[in-house]
Design a protein. Structure first.
Lengths: 257, 69
């Protein structure tokens, strides 16, 4: 069998699980959960340095950006201008070109504002960024993002942090069938089996934060997601059986006493 | 020495006139490799901080990476 590779913007990764670094109790819990999850890419946010409390621990002291790929995000941005400003700053910190674009439309459901997202994708791509785009599960919009130069399509499963799992499997499957770009489910997963479902739909990867960070036992959940992503991918590659509406015995009928 | 008023990460700060951006970053003990710096909404190349003299009313933003999803 051909080696199953997960490639984003010409870089090959072993793990198809991307994890967020927010919402953990502290930095060391976050670092340990990432290690257990096996993730090689983590999302990070860009925020002001605390200039009054210099003893506050720094993310980079816990997660080495030379070993783990940082994926700067634009969380909290509600317009194209804010998102562009944030990612230009992220690039300046140390040359990050692979980024996660996320432009939100409103605070209640945190749905993506797709017009602003599309505009930002075009501008960032022209500026040389490799843009992984958080989007809604609309196949038409996914196509437009692809045409605008996105390097990965990242539709939501459900609202960010909701834990509802994949609400519209059909749309995800349609997006899968129309694009060769990496398709990554981003946001809304609640438990490990949700990741397996995403992978069985043919997604290339999943991005998880809250479901691990806020689980009662984050380290156990990190491991569960790791296993589930692997299992889901294997199941997808193995090729499932056809569904039938009648029973078919697994034991031979011949030789029944 | 004459003092000027600036804003750093949203907080008002009084500093001496003729302070350079590199001096300010040093005095705040900020690890330069782990941050990006904006002066009045314009990103400043970290190699050129020495060339930038801070003016009265300047707004400076210093950002880094933190945990996020």
């Amino acid at each position: 069998m051909k080696k199953d590779k997960f490639i984003i913007s010409n870089k090959t990764f072993k793990s198809r699980l991307i994890v967020g670094t927010g919402k953990y109790k502290n930095m060391s819990e976050c670092a340990k959960a990432i290690q257990i999850s096996g993730a090689e890419i983590v999302t990070v946010a860009v925020r002001r340095v605390n200039i009054t409390d210099k003893k506050k621990p720094l993310l980079m002291d816990y997660i080495d950006p030379k070993k783990i790929t940082y994926l700067p995000n634009t969380a909290g941005c509600f317009s194209s201008e804010e998102a562009l400003r944030t990612l230009r700053l992220a690039r300046e910190i140390g040359g990050w070109k692979l980024v996660k674009l996320e432009v939100l439309g409103e605070k209640k459901n945190l749905f993506p504002e797709m017009i602003e997202t599309l505009k930002s994708t075009e501008v960032l791509t022209k500026e040389g960024f490799k843009v992984m785009v958080y989007c809604n599960d609309d196949p038409l919009m996914a196509k437009r993002l692809e045409n605008a130069g996105a390097c990965a399509i990242m539709p939501l499963a459900a609202p960010i942090g909701s834990g509802l799992g994949i609400l519209n499997k059909i749309n995800i499957k349609i997006i899968r069938n129309q694009t060769k770009l990496p398709l990554i489910i981003d946001a809304g997963l609640g438990q490990a089996s949700d990741a397996a479902i995403a992978m069985e739909l043919g997604c290339d990867g999943v991005l998880v934060n809250t479901a691990i960070a806020k689980a009662k036992k984050p380290f156990v959940m990190a491991q569960a997601f790791k296993n589930s992503v692997i299992a889901g991918r294997q199941s997808f590659l193995a090729g499932r059986i056809e569904k039938t509406l009648s029973g078919r015995p697994s034991s031979p009928l011949e030789g029944i006493i | 020495m004459k003092k000027i008023k600036i804003k750093v990460n949203g907080k008002i700060k009084r500093i001496s006139e003729n302070t350079r951006l590199s001096d300010l970053i040093k005095s705040l003990k900020i690890p330069i490799k782990k941050v990006a710096i904006e002066l009045n909404q314009e990103i400043i190349d970290k190699k050129k901080l020495k060339n930038v003299k801070i003016q009265n009313g300047d707004k400076i933003e210093i950002v880094h990476f933190i945990g996020g999803g």
